[in-house]
Every structure is written in C-alpha cells, then in structure tokens.
Design a protein around this ligand. Structure first.
Ligand code: NZQ
Ligand code: ZN
Length: 393
C-alpha cells in the first residue's frame, strides 16, 4: 500500500425529505446570500426548487436563482453565474441537481474571487487560492460530484471538455434524498449506474500491490450496483435500491475506494472527448469506452482482471488459462451494460468511426503517454476508439 492522505470533509445529510433542511445547513455552513443553481426543468417540475426556496426563506436567507445548466455544462453559463454572484454579493452557492449543475456551481465558485478567466484553472494555466463555498442538493446518483473536489466543464468554443480538481471546491454539505431520484428516466438511471461502476474500475486497475481493504471496498460497491441497478430499472420507486445506489455513487468517487494506490483514469479522458463532440451522456460514453479499454489493456495484469471476474461477476476461475477468465469478466460487464439499456458501440451511441482521428487529436497528448495503469500513446487511444466503435456481443 502507498502512503496516502484522505480528506473528505463534506457533511452528508442522507435520507427522506432532507431537502427541507437545506436552509438550516446553509446557515450552519455560513451562507447568508445564496445563489441557487439548477439545470433544466426537472427540479422545477418535481417541486424541489420550491422546497429549497422555502427552506432558505425559513432561515431568513436571501437568494438569487440561476437555472439552465445543460448536461455536459458549458463555460458560457459559468461566466453568467460569476457575474451574477459579483453583482449581488453572493457568498454561498447551492447546486440543486446532478453532476452538471454541481460542476457548473463549482466553476462559478472558483471564478468569483479570481481576477482572471476561470478557464485558466481548467486549462492548467493557474491554481486557485480561494473559492466561494459550494453545497449540493443531489438529484441523480452518477458523477459523485457531491463528494468530490472535481468539476468538468465544456468550453463552447472548440468543444473542449476539461476537468479540474481542488479541495477548495469539495462541497461543504450534500443533501441526498433518494426519493428525488425516482423521477429519473431509466436511461439516465443506467447512465448514472455506469458512471459509478466506472469510477470504481478506474481505481481498481492499479499497479500498487496488496491494498486489500481498498480492493474489497471497490468490490462491495460493484456488487451493490450489479444487484440494485436492475431493481430500480424494473421498479423506479424502489426506495431501498435507490438509497443504496445513491450512497454507492458517493462512495465510488469521494476518494475512499482509491486510497493507497495508483489509479488509471484513461477511460474517463477518452470518454470526455465523446461527450464533448456528440453531447452524449457521460455514462453512456463510458459504457462504450470502458470495456474496450479493458480489452486493450487486460494483458498488462491478467490476474487482476481474472480476480474481478471471479469476485464480482461470479465467473469460474480457469486455472490453466486465466486469460479466459479475464475475458469472460469483460464480457459479463458488456452484457450487464446491455441489460440495463446502455449502448455498447459507436453506432448505438450515435458516434462515428470516421471521427476517431479528430477525437484523438482533441485528446491532445501528442507524442506523450498517459494513464496510471497502462501508459497509452495516441495510437493506443485510437485503437481503443476502434475497438469501441466495432464492439458486438
Ligand atoms: O437538467 P435537468 O432538467 O435537471 O435534467 C437532468 C439532465 O437532463 C436529468 N435529471 C437529473 N436529476 C433528475 C433528472 N431528471 C429527472 N429527475 C431527476 N431527479 O438528468 C440529466 C443528466 O443530468 P447530469 O447532471 O448531466 O448528470 P450526471 O450527474 O451524470 O452529470 C454528468 C456530468 O458530470 C461530469 C460528466 O462529465 C458530465 O459532464 N462528471 C463529473 C465528475 C465530478 N465532478 O466529480 C466526475 C465524473 O466522472 C464526470 O466526468
Ligand atoms: Zn465519471
């Protein structure tokens, strides 16, 4: 196990009707003038936005509202948000929605006290020294942004999707009422489930030896997702299954299942170019990319892939030829994704094989290599896109 530092200071407020306590927690965490940030219509339609407003008013907290965050959130609305906060002396940002809303809120939080362009952080040109506090009322189990220090924004000009991470933007608190996720369409539920599993796999495939506790935590989250996802697809109002998935989503990405080991993250980088170009859901893109990445890299550590096949997918171990077991595990993953309604190749995602050179170009590693498990070149990444494009089961 490697040395590590784990810091996850977010206060998680989990359970039925907890959204009615949003005002109380904003006050507890020092907010007096709040920006409520939300997405399209879902939080309005469900009545959630009104509940949050009432709960702030009950605590005599004033607020301004900025909706309109699109999935794969754009820089343009971030600039509007920064201006609105500056004009109104906002001192706290409350994101009401999913990963896109939360990431947009985090970007605004970084931009308000910064004199330059907030994109400097995402372009790797500057490091922030302060940010407004951010908190969340989560409406979808997926990105894990409610517990992470990460934010992913797309720059409209040029369609560049880039991530940035800092502990300054870890949410102060996150309100998580599983009931709020019952209105999710099955496709969006499945995209979220795929993203949660991908967050675990990015950490599971490591070159660090003997991190047994982290391995076992990862396997627990994966087994939970394999059990609970079909239950919510079949019965969207299953509270217990929704609750387990919601907490799995946080555990998968607040850092706890990655401590003490190297991590990979190439599948995420490769996927982000798909959602930037085609504006597809991040989870759907991962469903196409991650099994292809697995096929491309499994020979790097066959026994690790065989281990996940046996422990998570329940495959029998082929002791004479462990490669068969490793490959069977990858196949099980693809079958699972298909069973929950995810795409498994470019055509099903709405992507085009002829765009692969452009995707690789935008990925932008030039002659370098990237990835924590297997270092990949631009040509390797093109090969993974091709495997993903043509995948069949
Ligand atoms: O905009 P509204 O109307 O709210 O609709 C949203 C949106 O269309 C809808 N939705 C959310 N909650 C709902 C609901 N519909 C009905 N009922 C509800 N309760 O779902 C759609 C997708 O929402 P979005 O926020 O985009 O989903 P998700 O949480 O999957 O976030 C995806 C974004 O997060 C980034 C992704 O790249 C993508 O941009 N990620 C962020 C990470 C982070 N900050 O740590 C890590 C991830 O790996 C990921 O990259
Ligand atoms: Zn993700």
């Amino acid at each position: 196990m490697d040395n590590f530092q784990f810091w996850s200071p977010t206060e998680f407020v989990f359970g039925k009707d907890t959204e009615n306590e949003a005002g109380k927690y904003v006050k507890k965490h020092g907010g007096t003038k709040v920006l409520i940030h939300y997405g399209g219509n879902s939080a309005v339609k469900s009545g959630l936005l009104d509940k949050v407003k009432i709960s702030l008013a009950e605590q005599d907290i004033t607020y301004r509202v900025l909706g309109g965050v699109q999935p794969n959130p754009r820089d343009t609305l971030v600039y509007d948000g920064i201006q609105l906060c500056r004009d109104n002396g906002i001192d706290f940002i409350l994101a009401v929605g999913g990963g896109s809303v939360i990431d947009s809120a985090k970007a605004i939080a970084l931009g308000v006290p910064y004199e330059g362009d907030f994109w400097d952080f995402y372009a790797g040109k500057a490091e922030p020294v302060k940010a407004l506090p951010v908190a969340t009322v989560l409406t979808i189990a997926a990105a894990g942004s409610e517990g992470s220090g990460d934010s992913v924004i797309t720059k409209e000009e040029g369609g560049l999707k880039r991530g940035f991470g800092s502990d300054l933007i870890r949410p102060r608190f996150s309100i998580m009422d599983p009931q709020l996720t019952c209105t999710l369409p099955p496709y969006q539920t499945a995209c979220g489930a795929t993203d949660i599993m991908a967050h675990v796999f990015e950490r599971y495939f490591t070159n660090t030896q003997e991190v047994e506790v982290t391995d076992r935590l990862c396997e627990a989250v994966l087994l939970t997702m394999i059990k609970e996802t079909p239950r919510v697809i079949a019965d969207p109002n299953n509270y217990q299954a929704r609750a387990n998935i919601m907490w799995a989503g946080t555990v998968a990405h607040n850092g706890i299942v990655g401590v003490g080991r190297s991590q990979d993250w190439n599948s995420h980088g490769i996927e982000h170019e798909l959602s930037a170009l085609y504006d597809c859901a991040h989870g759907a893109g991962l469903a196409v990319i991650m099994p292809a990445w697995m096929e491309f890299v499994y020979k790097h550590n066959v026994m690790r892939f065989a281990q996940v096949a046996v422990r998570v997918w329940g495959c029998p171990m082929d002791y004479e030829n462990p490669e068969n077991t490793a490959l069977e595990g990858i196949l099980c993953f693809r079958h699972f994704l298909r069973s929950i309604g995810m795409p498994i190749n470019f055509e099903e995602l709405g992507a085009k094989e002829e765009d692969i050179p452009a995707l690789v170009d935008k990925f932008g590693i030039g002659d370098g290599k990237t990835g924590g498990f297997v270092h990949l070149s631009a040509e390797d990444i093109a090969s993974i896109y091709r495997l993903a494009a043509r995948a069949q089961i």
